[in-house]
Design a protein around this ligand. Structure first.
Ligand code: C2E
Ligand code: CA
Ligand code: CA
Ligand code: CA
Length: 279
C-alpha cells in the first residue's frame, strides 16, 4: 500500500513515468555524489516526554551543486532500485561511527544514534561485519547504534533476516521497527522477529487529538502492546503539544518530531548534546 503522506513512499518508481534519460542522469549524479561529498547527515533528536535527550536519528541529505537540496524521499527509493543504496548505506554507517568518535573526542556524553537500513542493504552479505569494522575503527560501543528497518525487510527471506538479527543482537546493536502499523501482518512479525524498539508511524501520530477516539485508541494500544512485549516505543512526527500530552498519558517512551526539533546538521545536534535536553 503506497501512502502519499509518508515521506519514504511519496516518490516515483521507475514505473510511473520517470524517463530513462532522467533516471540514467540521476543515477550518474548519485554515483558521483559520494565522491564529491555532496551527502550529509542530519540528526533528529529523540527525547522523553519531558524533553530529556535520549538519542537521535541520522537522516541523509543530498546537497546537489545545481539542484540544491534533494529530499531522501525522492532519491532513496530510486537508489534502492539501482543498487546504489548499498554504497550510500555503507557511507551512512561509516559517517555515523566517525561522527560519534568525533563527539566523544570533544568530550560530549554520547546517546544512541539510529541508522535507516534499506531492505536491500540489510539482505546483502557483510552488513554485520561492516558495522563491526566501523565500531572497531572508531572505537564505538555497539550499544550506541540502532538500526531502523521496515516491515518490507521482514518480508524478505525469513531465515536470513532472523540470522542477521541474531548476529546484530549478539553484538549489542539494537533494532527498531520503523513506520510500524503501515505494512502488512505487523503483529506476526513482532512474534517472529526479535526487535527492541517500535516506532509508531507518523500517519497515526498526525491524527492524534482530543476528538479522535479511534486514532487515540490505536496509538494507545500500540504503546501498551509494545511495552508488554518489552520494547521501547517511539512516536515520530510529533508536531503538537496536544499529541505530546496524549503520548505521555499512553506512557510512550520516546518522542521525535518538529515539536521538539527538526533534524539538525551535526553542529546543531552537538549543541543539543551539550545541553542534554530540549526546551
Ligand atoms: P523515516 O525513516 O520514516 O524518517 C522520518 C522522516 O520524518 C524524516 O524525513 C524526518 O525529517 C521527518 N520528520 C521528523 N519529524 C517530523 C514531524 O514532526 N513532522 C513531519 N511532517 N515530518 C517529520 P526525511 O529526512 O525527509 O526522510 C524521509 C525518509 O527517507 C526516511 O523516513 C527514510 O525512509 C529515508 N531515509 C532518510 N535517510 C536515510 C538513510 O540514511 N538511509 C536510508 N536507507 N533511508 C533514509
Ligand atoms: Ca517512513
Ligand atoms: Ca527511520
Ligand atoms: Ca519512520
Amino acid at each position: 500500500v503506497k501512502k502519499s503522506n509518508d515521506y519514504s513512499y511519496h516518490s516515483y518508481s521507475s514505473s510511473n513515468g520517470f524517463s530513462s534519460f532522467t533516471s540514467h542522469f540521476l543515477e550518474e549524479e548519485m554515483r558521483a555524489a559520494i565522491a564529491r561529498e555532496e551527502f550529509e547527515l542530519h540528526y533528529q533528536p529523540k527525547v522523553g516526554t519531558t524533553g530529556k535527550l535520549l538519542g537521535g536519528e541520522a537522516l541523509i541529505r543530498w546537497n546537489h551543486p545545481k539542484f540544491g537540496r534533494v529530499s531522501p524521499g525522492e532519491f532513496i527509493p530510486f537508489a534502492e532500485e539501482n543498487h546504489l543504496i548499498n554504497e550510500i548505506g555503507d557511507w551512512v554507517i561509516q559517517t555515523v561511527c566517525r561522527q560519534l568518535g568525533e563527539w566523544r573526542d570533544k568530550g560530549f556524553a554520547l546517546y544512541p544514534i539510529s541508522i535507516n537500513i534499506s531492505p536491500m542493504r540489510f539482505m546483502k552479505k557483510g552488513l554485520v561485519e561492516l558495522i563491526e569494522k566501523n565500531l572497531d575503527t572508531f572505537q564505538i560501543p555497539a550499544e550506541l547504534i540502532v538500526l531502523e528497518i521496515t516491515e518490507s525487510t521482514l518480508l524478505k527471506n525469513e531465515k536470513v533476516v532472523i540470522k542477521t538479527l541474531e548476529k546484530l543482537g549478539k553484538l549489542g546493536i539494537k533494532i527498531a521497527i520503523d513506520d510500524f502499523g503501515t505494512g502488512y501482518a505487523s503483529l506476526t512479525y513482532l512474534k517472529e522477529f526479535q526487535a527492541d524498539i517500535l516506532k509508531i508511524d507518523q500517519s497515526f501520530i498526525r491524527n492524534l487529538g482530543n476528538n479522535r477516539q479511534k486514532d487515540n485508541a490505536i496509538v494507545s494500544s500500540i504503546c501498551h502492546m509494545g511495552k508488554a512485549l518489552g520494547m521501547t516505543v517511539v512516536a515520530e512526527g510529533v508536531e503538537e503539544q496536544e499529541q505530546l500530552e496524549l503520548l505521555a498519558e499512553f506512557f510512550c517512551d520516546e518522542i521525535q518530531g518538529y515539536l521538539f526539533s527538526k533534524p539538525l546538521p551535526a553542529a546543531g545536534f552537538e549543541k543539543v548534546l551539550g545541553d542534554g535536553r530540549l526546551q
